[in-house]
Ligand binder design. Structure first.
Ligand code: GDP
Length: 331
C-alpha cells in the first residue's frame, strides 16, 4: 500500500495579489517550467485555482486577489478551506510597492487565524533576483516590521509570521518551499533520526530525502545544508527524470519515469560519489559519500533496505492511527 495517501498530504494555500508570482512559482516548482517561460503566462480571472497533480507529496491551491472581486464573498466557503490548510504562503512582489499587499496580508492572516489558529503563516518576499544582498536584507526588515506592527496594533502579537527571500531564477524558491513543507510533517524528527542512523552506519557524509516531482527536500540528516550540495541534488534528479522521460518509455508502455528500480550513481571529480535511490512512489534518497566508502556498496544497500522499511513503517503507523481515530469518532 502507498503510505502517502491523500489524508496525510500536507495542504498548502498560495495567496497574494495578482502578478505577485503565484502561477510562476507553481509552474517552476511543480511543473518543471523554466523561469523564462513564466514571462508568457496568461493572467486568469479565477479566484481559486486547484492544483490537481497527484504525483507529488504535497497538494496545494492558489488563491488570487483580483481587485474587483471581494475575496470575503459569503458564497465562498473560505472557512472550510482554512480549516483544511496546513500552511498559508503569502507572496509579496518585492519589486513593486507593497502597501496594498501588506494590508491584504494582514486581512488574510487575521481571518485565517480565527478559523484555524494552527495554520503556519509563511511570507515569501518574492522576485528578489534583481536586488543586491543589502537591499534584500533591508526589504525583509521593512516588511517584517510593518507586518508585525499591524498585528501588534490589532492586539494579535501571538500570530507568528515566517519570512523568506525567494526568486524563481535560483534555488531559493525550492529551499523556501522545503522549509514550509518540513514544518507540516509531524514525523520530521523521526525521519531525521533515521537519516542520522543510516548515514553514520554507512560512511555517508550527507543524505536528503526528496519529493522527486517538486525537488523539495522533506528531510535531511542533522549536519548543516549547504546550497551547492542541495543544487547538485536537484540537478541529479533532473538528469535522472529527464533521461528516463526521453529514452525510458516506449510508445504503448504506461508508467512513470520514476519507479521501484530507479537509481543513479554519479562520480564527481573531487572523489565524491552521489548516489540516488527510490524510497517510495514520491520520494528519493540522494546521498554524498567519499569514493572509499562507496567501495562498501553492499553494506550501504543493506542499510538502505532497513532504512526504507523503517520509513514505510513510520508513515504506515500514522495512517493506522488516523483510521482508528476516524472509526472511533463515527461511533
Ligand atoms: P500571479 O498573478 O500571482 O500568478 O503572477 P504570475 O505568476 O503570472 O507572475 C507575474 C510576472 O512576474 C510574470 O511575468 C513572471 O515572469 C514574473 N515573476 C514571477 N516570479 C518572478 C521572480 O522570482 N523574479 C522575477 N524577476 N520575476 C518573476
Amino acid at each position: 500500500s502507498d503510505p502517502f495517501s491523500c489524508e496525510v498530504k500536507p495542504r498548502i494555500l498560495l495567496m497574494g495579489l495578482r502578478r505577485s508570482g503565484k502561477s510562476s512559482i507553481q509552474k517552476v516548482v511543480f511543473h518543471k517550467m523554466s523561469p523564462n517561460e513564466t514571462l508568457f503566462l496568461e493572467s486568469t480571472n479565477k479566484i481559486c485555482r486547484e492544483d490537481v497533480s497527484n504525483s507529488s507529496f504535497v497538494s496545494f491551491q492558489i488563491w488570487d486577489f483580483p481587485g474587483q472581486i471581494d475575496f470575503f464573498d459569503p458564497t465562498f466557503d473560505y472557512e472550510m478551506i482554512f480549516r483544511g490548510t496546513g500552511a498559508l504562503i503569502f507572496v509579496i512582489d518585492s519589486q513593486d510597492d507593497y502597501v496594498e499587499a501588506l494590508s491584504r496580508l494582514h486581512l488574510t492572516v487575521t481571518r485565517a487565524y480565527k478559523v484555524n489558529p494552527d495554520i503556519n503563516f509563511e511570507v515569501f518576499i518574492h522576485k528578489v533576483d534583481g536586488l543586491s544582498d543589502d537591499r534584500k536584507i533591508e526589504k525583509q526588515r521593512d516588511i517584517h516590521k510593518r507586518a508585525n506592527d499591524d498585528l501588534a496594533d490589532a492586539g494579535l502579537e501571538r500570530i507568528h509570521l515566517s519570512f523568506y527571500l525567494t526568486s524563481i531564477y535560483d534555488h531559493s524558491i525550492f529551499e523556501a518551499f522545503s522549509k514550509v513543507v518540513q514544518k507540516l510533517i509531524p514525523q520530521l524528527p523521526t525521519l531525521e533520526n533515521l537519516l542520522n542512523i543510516f548515514i553514520s552506519n554507512s560512511g555517508i557524509e550527507k543524505a536528503f530525502l526528496f519529493d522527486v516531482v517538486s525537488k523539495i527536500y522533506i528531510a535531511t540528516d542533522s549536519s548543516p545544508v549547504d546550497m551547492q550540495t542541495y543544487e547538485l541534488c536537484c540537478d541529479m534528479i533532473d538528469v535522472v527524470i529527464d533521461i528516463s522521460c526521453i529514452y525510458g518509455l516506449t510508445g504503448d508502455e504506461v508508467g512513470t519515469p520514476y519507479d521501484k528500480e530507479s537509481m543513479a550513481i554519479i562520480h564527481l571529480n573531487n572523489t565524491t560519489v552521489m548516489y540516488l535511490k527510490e524510497v517510495t512512489k514520491f520520494l528519493a534518497l540522494v546521498c554524498f559519500l567519499r569514493e572509499e566508502s562507496f567501495e562498501r556498496k553492499g553494506l550501504i544497500d543493506y542499510n538502505f533496505h532497513c532504512f526504507k522499511k523503517a520509513i514505510e513503517e513510520v508513515f504506515d503507523v500514522r495512517l493506522k492511527v488516523q483510521r482508528s481515530r476516524k472509526l472511533l469518532s463515527q461511533r
